[in-house]
Each structure stands twice: as structure tokens, then as C-alpha cells.
Design a protein around this ligand. Structure first.
Ligand code: ARG
Length: 666
């Protein structure tokens, strides 16, 4: 098999040749004195057309080869190959060359589980498009054949074949796969090459003085994983906790705090249950007119940063954040707290600016509103008393992220129900010239509600919102009970037991969330998430400990493994070996796609598939042969151990992204 250098050389030569050919054709083209006239006169037309289309094809070929060249360079630069992306490119080049008359031919390549490794499904739509654009009737099989006729020669495929009504089945080249596995073993699980961006991701973002609810839990889990994903591929990521810490409710909370704990500055008020405190003050606010007036007065003073009121606010903030931080710590989530209060001065300035620009109007209730084209409901810039709203803070916030943070990618991990609000803010930012569609990527990563097993909104037994602390405690309790049931607790040391409980409980809660399509509602069920037989973290954790124990039980050291990776080829003769190798390599394309749509369930699906594919391999292929009676090791299959190792490395990377902590024993 060709060395990396030889392959690179091969591409360089091909690009050189394509460039020379293009030059020659272009000079021939221009030598035809007046092509347009010649065509009109019907003279040189066929020759010219031929040159033209040949030129076009060569251009595609050159672009493609240049891309391969950079793919090869990436290897030198330590990047994984997005194999599906490469196949898509190869087929795109063939399709463009075969159908230069079609403006945007469909290029569709998908992994194929049953018949081949990948499948190009473009022929059906192209044949329709072709008859619509040019009137040429051709059946999809003919179209598929034309695609194949234009397929450039590459080292990636063993064969390509037309099947059924016009599918093109694609089989990867085994040597290529084997060398990529070696690349992974010698370079580690490297991220695919992506253009680096400055990303601000807004997630978790609970409201102060109210208990974080399961919706915030979803945002926290999804946001943390997305941040890890983005960081891993090299983006510069700022994780922001956009706390609801500045609304009118703080007036009522401060007024109540002052009444209950008059010496609050000397002695920290012993509030343990902020939720109850919130409820008490709300009752007073609703029932007592005088209290209500004082509450309003407190808001005004707070928003003017009056020292006493600011201190009182800070007390409530700190008590609330202590509870939240405990949840973050347990789930290993990191965030920079930057709530709505951060934007106070910016909001003052912004409102002034917007009014001066004349893009706001006063509605019939005396509120300042701003209509955004395409949206029926305007943004409320100020209330009738001049106070700011959720809309005001989000406008100041998006401006800050674009102009002060210089972000080129904004991600908001917020429930589906806030979609219109966010889209209105995004569009307003574009209309105001802060954001540019071509330069800035702004994305609402929405998610559905968490439901109880009765398919109704997830509530605690008393009907209250579920406290996250209690939810995590319950997870730990259930894992504990299971460990006792199976008597696993007897084999593990107390420290190991602690680790197992946390890793399984939190891993399962996170994974249950991440493995569902985030846009759908999902049913919270401890029984389902802790089941170790399905697509759950419990199953994956268990399977992973098994994989990691294989090398141990073969008594092969990590040094021996890495030496083997450098010196021997990974043998892929057995179908189960080959299947596993191809599955291992798919991680890069899964990541590339997740970066595009920010859906993490595809990463979970992949991880599950990798684990089950591994199990299939392990059942069929002996890695270690032991003497049945003495248990002595007779033979170790090093190449297979390398496959185990590669699997373990990819699983570890996925675990990291999904926030699951691997265990040595469980
Ligand atoms: N605090 C809000 C809530 O609980 C979520 C904030 C989301 N982020 C934002 N920039 N609007 O609903």
C-alpha cells in the first residue's frame, strides 16, 4: 500500500496535470477568434462545445483534487477524515461533470447499513430535475450510469455499483480503512478539520429566586454537551448563564426580605427555601396594595443601583446561586454567570438609541414597542412605567455578544416555546445592522418539554416543580438500590462505589436527555434510563468497562499496544473486524454533521451502534485464546486488540462530549 508521501505525490501530480490541461484548453478556446459568432454561424459549434464541457470537467477535477490534497495535508496536520463528506465531494464532482446543464443537482450520500458502506441516492431526483430543465427523459438507472462514467479515480473505493431503480452502492477500500484505523491509533481521536469560530453559547439560564426546573435541566445538559463538542473541534467558546436576575419580581422579593430580616446587612438571612420565600412574597404582592407599591418602589431603586437595594438583591442572588452551583458541580457543568442585570446600563443606552432612530413606537398602553418585519408581535422595549423587559435585555445582550464579544456564532439553548421571541430578536439584530446573515450564524437550539411517565408535565408528587437536587438524589438512590440488589456493592470499595453511583446516575440522566431528538418532548423515567439493556448510559458504561478490561486480561501494556499500532497493519479479513473498523472511522462524519445541525442524539445513536458493533465483533472474533482448564493465555491477537483499543478511544471521546464518566469497574 502506498505511503502517505506517495499518495500526496500522486495527488500533486494529478493536480499539475489537470492545471496544464486546463491551460491548454483555455488557450485553444481563446484561439477560436470569436466563439459567439462562430456558434451563431453554426460553424465551430460542436468543437467549441466539446472544449467547453471538457474545460468545465477539468475545473471540477482540479478543485476536487485540490481538496484531496488538503485532506492529505490535514493528515499531516493531525485531523480525522470526514469520509462521508469526501464521498459526497467525489460524487458531486462526477455529478457536476455529467450534468453541467443542471443548476443545482442534488448530491446525496448516506451511510448504508444493509447493502454497502455508503449509498449515493442522487439519480432519482436528478432524472426528474433533468427532464424539468432540459426536457431530456432518462430513467434513474441511466442517470446513475452517467454519474459513474464521470467518477474520478480515487483510492477510497473498492467498488461502486448501480442497484435497484438507480441507487449507487459504494464499498470502501479495505486498505484505506485499515490505514485510517492505524492513523487513529497513532494520532489519537483527532477532531475533523473545521474553520475556527468565536462562539457564544447561552444555556441553563435559570431564574434567580425560583427553583431551576427540568426545562433548565435540559438546557444545562444539552448546552454543556454542545459546548464540549464545539470546544473539542477547536472553536473559541464562551459559555454564558443568562440568569433571569433583574425583573420586577425583585422588587417584591426585596420588600419582603427587608420586612422579614430587618438586620439583613449584619446577619445573612437564614433562608433555605427560596421557592417558599418567593411564594410568600407573591401572596403579599397580590393581596396587599401598600406592599405592591413598595415593591415597585424597590425595583426602581434597585435598577438605579441604590446601594442598600443592590445589597439586598445580592443576598437573594447568592442564596439562589448556591443551590444552582451545587447542581452544576454535580453534573460537571461550567458556565460564566452573566444575567440580565449585567445589561442594565446597556439597556438604558439602547432604549435611547432606538428611540432616537425613530424605529420604536408608543402603543395604546403607553409601552414602547418595536415592530420587526415578518413578526406579528412587536418587541416590548419598555413597559408603560419605563421599566425594561425580557425583550429589552435580550436586545442589549445580542448586541453585546456581536459587538463586544465579537462572536461569529451565537447559540441559544432555550425551550421551543421561546422560538418566536428569539427569532424576533435575531431578525431585529439583522435589521439594525448588528448581525450579517453572511457572516454570523445565529441559532436557536430549541427543545421540547420534559414529561412525567403519565405523559403530563413533569411534576413532583405534591404537584410542585421538581427540585433538581432531589431529582439527582433520587437517581443516586435508585442506582444504590440496584447495586445492592445485584450485590455489586460487595465487590467494590467504598470509593469505587461512590464513583459508580455518580457516574451511572448522572450519566443516565444526561444520556436519556441527549439521546432523544431534542425538539421532541421526552418522558422522564428512571426505570428506562437506568435499564442496562437498551440504548442507555448504564448499558454503554458497562460495555465500556468490558472493552477496557480486554487488554488488561490479555496482559498487554499500553506501551506494547502503541508499539504494535506503529509497526503492524490492522487486519480486517473477518467481516466483523471490517464492519467494526468502518464504524470506528465514522465518528468524524458524525461530529461534522452534529456541528451543522447541533443535534446530539445522532452522536448517541452512533455511540450505541459502535458499542453493539463491537459486541458483535467480540462475540465472533477471539481476541485472546485461553486454556480452558488452566486459564493460561495461549494466544493474543494483537491486531484485534488494536481494534478494541481504537473502539475504546472513540467511545472515550464520545463519553467526554456527552458528559459521561467512564468507569474501570462497575
Ligand atoms: N431565563 C430564561 C427562562 O428561564 C431563559 C433565558 C434564555 N436566554 C436568553 N438569552 N433569553 O426562561
Amino acid at each position: 500500500m502506498a505511503t502517505e508521501e506517495e499518495q500526496l505525490q500522486y495527488f500533486v501530480q494529478k493536480v499539475d496535470k489537470a492545471e496544464k490541461d486546463i491551460e491548454r484548453l483555455q488557450s485553444e478556446l481563446s484561439a477560436l477568434s470569436n466563439p459567439k459568432q462562430l456558434i451563431e454561424e453554426g460553424m465551430a459549434s460542436p468543437e467549441l462545445e466539446k472544449l467547453r464541457s471538457e474545460n468545465q470537467k477539468l475545473q471540477y477535477q482540479r478543485n476536487l483534487l485540490n481538496k484531496y490534497l488538503s485532506e492529505e495535508e490535514k493528515r499531516v496536520r493531525n485531523c480525522a477524515l470526514d469520509i462521508r463528506g469526501i464521498i459526497e465531494d467525489v460524487f458531486a464532482s462526477a455529478i457536476y461533470a455529467a450534468f453541467p446543464e443542471l443548476p443545482n443537482p442534488v448530491v446525496l450520500v448516506v451511510p448504508s447499513a444493509k447493502f454497502a458502506d455508503y449509498q449515493c441516492n442522487s439519480a432519482m431526483s436528478i432524472s426528474q430535475q433533468r427532464s424539468a430543465v432540459t426536457g431530456t427523459k432518462s430513467n434513474p438507472r441511466e442517470v446513475a450510469q452517467l454519474i459513474l462514467d464521470h467518477l474520478p479515480e480515487t483510492k477510497f473505493f473498492e467498488k461502486v455499483e448501480i442497484a435497484g431503480p438507480g441507487f449507487i452502492n459504494i464499498w470502501l477500500d479495505k486498505d484505506f480503512v485499515s490505514s485510517e484505523v492505524t492513523f487513529l491509533l497513532t494520532h489519537g481521536v483527532t477532531p475533523p478539520n473545521v474553520q475556527k469560530k468565536r462562539v457564544v453559547i447561552d444555556f441553563s439560564s435559570p431564574n434567580i429566586a425560583k427553583e431551576m426546573h427540568v426545562g433548565h435541566l435540559r438546557s444545562t445538559i444539552i448546552g454543556e454537551s454542545l459546548s464540549r463538542l464545539l470546544e473539542w473541534v477547536g472553536h473559541d467558546v464562551l459559555r454564558i448563564n443568562h440568569l433571569g436576575d433583574w425583573g420586577t419580581q425583585f422588587g417584591m422579593l426585596i420588600a419582603h426580605l427587608v420586612d422579614k430580616f430587618p438586620n439583613l446587612l449584619e446577619e445573612r438571612p437564614p433562608i433555605t427555601d427560596l421557592q417558599a420565600f418567593y411564594k410568600e412574597s407573591k401572596v403579599r404582592f397580590d393581596e396587599d396594595e401598600a406592599f405592591k407599591r413598595r415593591a415597585y418602589d424597590c425595583v426602581v431603586k434597585l435598577q438605579a443601583f441604590d446601594p442598600f437595594h443592590y445589597k439586598a438583591w445580592r443576598i437573594i442572588y447568592d442564596i439562589s446561586m448556591e443551590v444552582n452551583n451545587e447542581v452544576y458541580k454535580r453534573l460537571e457543568v461550567t458556565l460564566k454567570d452573566r444575567g440580565e442585570s449585567f445589561y442594565q446600563e446597556r439597556m438604558v443606552k439602547l432604549v435611547k438609541e432606538l428611540k432616537e432612530q425613530g424605529i420604536t413606537e408608543m402603543d395604546e398602553h403607553g409601552r414602547t414597542v418595536m415592530f420587526v418585519p415578518g413578526f406579528n408581535v412587536p418587541l416590548m422595549i419598555t413597559k408603560s412605567d419605563g421599566g425594561f423587559t425580557y425583550d429589552t435585555s435580550d436586545m442589549a445582550c445580542i448586541k453585546q455578544r456581536l459587538q463586544e464579544e465579537n462572536a461569529d456564532w451565537l447559540v441559544y439553548v432555550v425551550g421551543n416555546e421561546q422560538n418566536i421571541h428569539l427569532e424576533t430578536v435575531y431578525e431585529a439584530a439583522r435589521r439594525l445592522g448588528w448581525a450579517d446573515k453572511a457572516k454570523h450564524r445565529i441559532q436557536h437550539v430549541g427543545f421540547g418539554s420534559v414529561l412525567g411517565e403519565d405523559k403530563k408535565k413533569f411534576k413532583s408528587r405534591s404537584g410542585d416543580t421538581v427540585r433538581l437536587r432531589e431529582l439527582l438524589d433520587e437517581g443516586i438512590r435508585r442506582v444504590e438500590a440496584r447495586l445492592q440488589e445485584t450485590e455489586r456493592d460487595k465487590d467494590l470499595s467504598p470509593e469505587e462505589l461512590e464513583k459508580v453511583k455518580e457516574s451511572v446516575a448522572y450519566g443516565c440522566i444526561k444520556y436519556a436527555d441527549l439521546s432523544h431528538n431534542r425538539t421532541h418532548d421526552y418522558i422522564f423515567s428512571y426505570d428506562k434510563m437506568l435499564d442496562d439493556r437498551g440504548n442507555t448510559a448504564a448499558y454503554l458504561l458497562y460495555a465500556n468497562t468490558r472493552i477496557r478490561s480486554i487488554a488488561r486480561s490479555a496482559q498487554v501494556t499500553p506501551e506494547q499496544l502503541s508499539a504494535a499500532a506503529k509497526t503492524m497493519n490492522v487486519d480486517l479479513e473477518h467481516p466483523a473486524e471490517y464492519k467494526l473498523a468502518k464504524c470506528i472511522l465514522r465518528y468524524a462524519e458524525v461530529i461534522v454533521r452534529a456541528l451543522d445541525d447541533l443535534f446530539l442524539h445522532s452522536v448517541c445513536d452512533y455511540l450505541y451502534e459502535l458499542t453493539t458493533t463491537f459486541t458483535e465483533f467480540y462475540d465472533k472474533c477471539y481476541c485472546i485464546e485461553k486454556d480452558k482448564t488452566t486459564g493460561a493465555i495461549l494466544k493474543v491477537n494483537m491486531s484485534r486488540l488494536l481494534l478494541c483499543e481504537a473502539t475504546a478511544l472513540v467511545i472515550a471521546k464520545c463519553f467526554h462530549i456527552l458528559g459521561i464518566k467512564a468507569l474501570d469497574r462497575m
